[in-house]
Design a protein around this ligand. Structure first.
Ligand code: ATP
Length: 432
């Protein structure tokens, strides 16, 4: 398995991910997606949205604000309970999350640790010019509560019938005690969350369906089966209202870790918001002719964490003709660049012109780039390393036969295609 250092270095070198504010020594737990990273992340979100919203009849989308009424976080229990236990080393002064360390002593220097204190992970800020308690609000630590507080707006405006779900992608902020493993645990991240509302009594069946639906999504996008597993939470890991929770885990370089949580949360969230807001959040079931508070299934994943898993799983090194070839065998839907057009001779204006024309034609359909900054061997290697599925070379013969070569990233096989059929051919290949 590839090491996290190798992935981190590839991501920096090839413009996927940079440390935030790097020229000022960086800001811990914050990362910036560079030119290729932003394309990858857009593709991850697009693939998710297509799968859970556009290709289903029972799902709708939402984009709620990051700042919410502070009472929403009192009702949800985050003000009181969204805490992690924190310990400090009395010798080296390092700080740790108590439930992330084994044994009684400091994992860094073996020193004595303080008693664990509960630390609330929500970032606070203020609305308006006065920085007092009355104006204090939170940067949301999850997108889910924005969905619950809009439950009534959505059923009233969209005339939805249970079972149905609401999906949302958006930023979340957590003042994590410790961050690390590259973008695995960060303080500012994007989440992709679903709240799927069901009739009480059908929740177990829907929980199972969502676990398998979400696991399949990773497999369809190329994650290897042996690197994905489901782990049900132990009794003592569950919140008191939670009926059950299953983590979809990925075999990251540091070991099996949570990629996505799929929780079955009963009617807890809607009930507490109904109680605190004094609004009726019951659902009238026209089939059963009765009112009830729906139960909810919540699949929740971090965009960056998913992108990291896709990168790790796609990374491979192989030897071709005695030379190392680094290749990102990432799914075509996720690849930041779909095709690169490479002129064989960059000092021939007629070849360059044809290559530029071809690039512009391809760019109307998908992300395509032109590159003539090195010899063909090096250009191929660069595109392999960033996972570009197809390289198109324009050579001297192309001027006569109006045909170009398409090289496949994975098999390195080449086919000759007429320029007139190029866009169509590559589009078809990207879909297959
Ligand atoms: P942990 O116990 O590891 O702190 P959690 O169980 O509280 O995490 P959830 O609240 O279930 O995490 O978050 C849902 C998903 O959001 C996670 O599966 C993960 O993909 C993502 N996520 C949560 N916290 C972070 C973070 N600090 N950095 C990156 N992604 C995160």
């Amino acid at each position: 398995m590839v090491s996290m250092e190798t992935i981190t270095s590839l991501c920096k070198r090839r413009g996927f991910i940079f440390q935030s504010s790097e020229i000022y020594e960086g800001l811990a737990g914050c990362w910036d997606f560079g030119p290729l990273g932003v394309e990858l992340v857009r593709n991850v979100k697009e693939a998710w949205w297509k799968n859970v919203v556009h290709q289903r009849d029972d799902m709708v989308g939402l984009d709620a604000s990051i700042l919410m009424h502070p009472q929403a976080w009192v009702a949800s229990g985050h003000v009181e309970n969204f805490t992690d236990p924190m310990v400090d080393c009395m010798r080296c002064k390092r700080r740790f999350r108590a439930d992330h360390i084994d044994g009684e002593n400091c994992p860094n220097c073996g020193g004595e640790l303080t008693e664990a204190r509960q630390f609330n992970l929500m970032f606070k800020t203020f609305i308006g010019p006065l920085e007092d308690e009355a104006s204090q609000v939170y940067l949301r630590p999850e997108t889910a509560q924005g969905i619950f507080v809009n439950f009534k707006n959505i059923i009233d405006s969209m005339r939805l019938k249970i079972p149905f779900g609401i999906a949302q992608i958006g930023k979340a902020f957590r003042n994590e005690i410790t961050v690390g493993n590259f973008i695995f645990r960060v303080r500012e991240f994007e989440q992709m969350e679903i709240e799927y509302f069901v009739k009480p009594g059908t929740d177990e069946e829907w929980h199972e369906k969502w676990i398998s639906n979400r696991s399949d999504w990773y497999l369809q996008l190329g994650i290897r089966k042996e690197n994905l597993r489901c782990r049900p939470h132990e009794e003592d890991e569950l919140a008191h209202y939670s009926k059950s929770c299953v983590d979809i885990e990925y075999l990251f370089p540091m070991g099996w870790s949570e990629l996505e949580g799929v929780a079955s949360r009963s009617d807890h969230d809607l009930s507490v918001h109904a109680e605190h807001s004094k609004k009726d959040l019951n659902y009238y079931d026209p089939v059963a002719e009765t009112h009830y508070v729906p139960y909810v299934i919540e699949p929740s994943v971090g965009v960056g964490r998913a992108a990291l898993a896709f990168l790790i799983d796609a990374y491979s090194e192989e030897e071709v003709a005695g030379r190392k070839r680094t290749i990102l065998r990432i799914h075509k839907d996720l690849a930041p660049i779909k095709a690169a057009v490479l002129p064989l001779l960059r000092n021939r204006p007629d070849i360059v012109q044809l290559a530029r024309e071809i690039t512009h034609a391809l760019q109307k359909e998908f992300v395509a780039v032109y590159d003539d900054t090195a010899g063909i061997g090096r250009l191929y290697r660069r595109q392999d390393e960033i996972g570009t599925p197809y390289c198109i070379t324009v050579d001297v013969e192309s001027l006569d036969d109006r045909a170009v070569t398409i090289r496949d990233r994975d098999s390195m096989q080449q086919i000759r295609v007429s320029v007139d059929r190029l866009v169509e051919t590559v589009t078809e290949k990207l879909k297959s």
